[in-house]
Design a protein around this ligand. Structure first.
Ligand code: SF4
Length: 410
């Protein structure tokens, strides 16, 4: 029997159209309404004026946004910016994620994925397993996204062979591989500079870096949740070096654990400064902390409203980072749809197989098809546009012209 599509399986992809488009009627106020009285009541008239005039918000503005109890007003401000840039266009990508190992020497306390060598549940894919996964994925996939733990023994040559092998199987796909944390780990392990590692991987086929491992930059919190991981400054430095070599990256923030709103704003500010300097961040992905199976006991994770407000404040503060992703794997399908009205303009992709978020308790599916992603976007009154990993739109006709077979991840 064919498995039902994810949205009917979970019955969560579709929001009632009138709710999803926030078309308030009757006595209910329209949550997307930016009227003068509402802004005045919230004390945010000047913030709106700054946004209208394309002026940068400062940290104090950010604090006021987080402190504002009218969460849907913050969403409306973010939606104002998002629609001014992109209208109702919402992008998605046909991608495949591969996690090559969960053996990692960093042992971050928030991580549900990490295992020690030889520990039950530990895995490390061989090169042929990875190539098999790519070979068996639909030819329509335009992005291969690969990340893993900081394995104490895998040499740089393993990753060079991996990239070259995947490029030979999928020459048109963009290879978005290895977080800045992994890059710094490879450099340390090999006794090479970060630039040398990036250049070698680039030569082997690396096109860009994903944005994981940023967590939260505040040293006070970082020391408690991931003491062995590279510092925030080092993470930003790897990104800067990648950008200077012409390798774009994404960036992330893990929130809802031991950090506070001040730490989040500092994190966003540091990303914004890095972007002013090197300009290579394509997309910011706010990641809510998922609480299952890790060593950060007693932490509840963010509430749904906190998630949405953080997405919205990110959109408003990060005026120089083009895209904000609503990552359905971590947010869940319905919340990912709601985030598209709180400043996010991208829904990520088909994913195919994801382990990191799911080992931390994500109850989202492992895979969505193109039709399901489109349905999620159309279902909340927005316009779906396929993109590649660099956020370049892929016109539907391009599939025929470039020989994509149109096969869908099912
Ligand atoms: S978060 Fe990444 S670096 Fe930290 S333990 Fe998990 S896999 Fe390793």
């Amino acid at each position: 029997m064919t498995e039902a599509p994810a949205w009917t399986r979970q019955d969560r992809c579709r929001l009632p159209r009138e709710a999803a488009t926030f078309s308030g009627t009757g006595q209910h106020p329209n949550p997307m309404d930016l009227n003068t009285a509402r802004l005045r009541t919230a004390g945010l008239t000047d913030v709106f004026e700054k946004l209208r005039a394309d002026q940068r918000l400062d940290r104090k503005d950010g604090e006021r946004l987080f402190a504002c109890p009218d969460t849907t007003l913050i969403g409306a401000l973010a939606h104002f910016i998002r629609t001014r840039r992109y209208g109702l266009k919402t992008t998605y990508v046909l991608n495949q994620q591969i996690n090559y190992t969960n053996i990692c020497q960093n042992r971050c306390l928030f991580c549900s994925y990490q295992r020690e060598t030889g520990q039950s549940g530990a895995f490390q894919l061989e090169l042929r397993d990875i190539l098999e996964k790519v070979q068996h994925s639909p030819a329509s996939i335009t992005e291969v996204h690969i990340v893993g733990g900081c394995h104490p023994e895998l040499p740089l040559g393993f990753f060079e062979d991996m990239l070259a092998g995947i490029k030979s199987v999928r020459p048109r796909a963009i290879l978005k591989c290895f977080t800045p944390v992994e890059i710094a780990h490879f450099a340390r392990l090999e006794g090479l500079s970060v630039t040398t590692v990036l250049k070698r991987l680039h030569r082997a086929g690396l096109d860009m870096l994903p944005g994981g491992g940023a967590e939260i930059f505040a040293p006070r919190v970082r020391k408690r949740i991931c003491p062995r991981k590279i510092s925030g400054a080092e993470w930003l430095d790897v990104c800067g070096q990648a950008h200077r070599l012409g390798l774009p990256t994404n960036c992330t923030m893990l929130f809802g654990h031991l950090e506070n709103e001040h730490d989040r704003l500092e994190h966003l500010d540091l990303l914004r400064r890095q972007q002013d300097e090197t300009g290579g961040f394509l997309c910011f992905i706010p990641l809510p902390f998922l609480t299952a199976n890790n060593r950060l006991s007693g932490v509840r994770g963010p509430s749904g409203l906190e998630e949405l407000k953080t997405v919205a404040v990110s959109r408003l503060m990060l005026d120089n980072i083009p895209h904000i992703k609503s990552y359905w794997v971590m947010l869940g399908l319905m919340q990912a749809q709601a985030a598209l009205y709180f400043g996010a303009d991208d829904l990520d992709g088909t994913v195919v197989e994801e382990r990191i978020g799911h080992m931390a308790g994500a109850d989202s599916p492992q895979i969505l098809s193109r039709a399901e992603l489109q349905e999620m976007i159309h279902g909340c009154g927005l316009v779906a546009v396929e993109r590649d990993a660099r956020f370049e739109p892929i016109p539907p006709a391009a599939e025929r012209l470039t020989g994509h077979d149109g096969a869908e991840p099912q």
